[in-house]
Design a binder for this molecule. Sequence first.
Ligand code: GTP
Ligand code: MG
Length: 216
Amino acid sequence: MAITGHQPNFTMFDGDYDYLIKFLALGDSGVGKTSFLYQYTDGKFNTKFITTVGIDFREKRVVYRSNGPDGIAGRGQRVHMQLWDTAGQERLDSIFVNRGITCCMCFFLGQLQIHAYCENPDIVMCGNKCDLEDQRVVKEEDAKEFAEKYGIPYFETSAAEGINVHKAVETLLDLIMKRMERCVDKSWIPQGVLRSNGHSSTEQLTEDKEKNKCGC
Ligand code: GTP
Ligand code: MG
């Protein structure tokens, strides 16, 4: 898998979904990782701060469609997303190696830092709590400049108000799916998807899974 320098950890199934993709939310304690994921999977927000102990994950099903240059969407790929939620203090090297994470979302509060625990992960960076403009500690232009330097998409997000939450996750999913198209035998991918270089869209499947606790 790419995170550890091997092939991406895409798992294809004949069953009720086509891909299992694992996402990871990283960032200091209190930046809003759990809230962001809760907003993404359940559309809800909790003002109470309950710090994550260890590691947890949420799940969601989406249908990924990659739009071709002609604007015609390819066949939908059913994606089962595992969104791993870390505690701010978690040791990241062991998470990447042991859980087969494919890509990650980096959050920041006062300090911009990216640790290179893998060769070439797909990353999006989120400056969360953008609804609290009066308490801002990182200027938007500084964050953008940093992200651009590393070629990382950057979003100002609010888990509280749902601002850019779906957009950030969908951008990350788009990156990973496009990388997959480049990696796997393309013979099975529909023509519309193969020729794609445009934007993607996702739609939620009828039932999202309830929050699951990690058995570790
Ligand atoms: P750890 O689990 O300790 O690593 O923290 P975390 O990054 O998961 O933070 P969490 O999601 O628990 O949020 C911390 C606090 O910030 C909570 O009180 C949330 O309600 C609040 N919060 C999170 N996101 C936002 C946001 O976008 N806007 C506002 N106003 N508050 C937020
Ligand atoms: Mg948390």
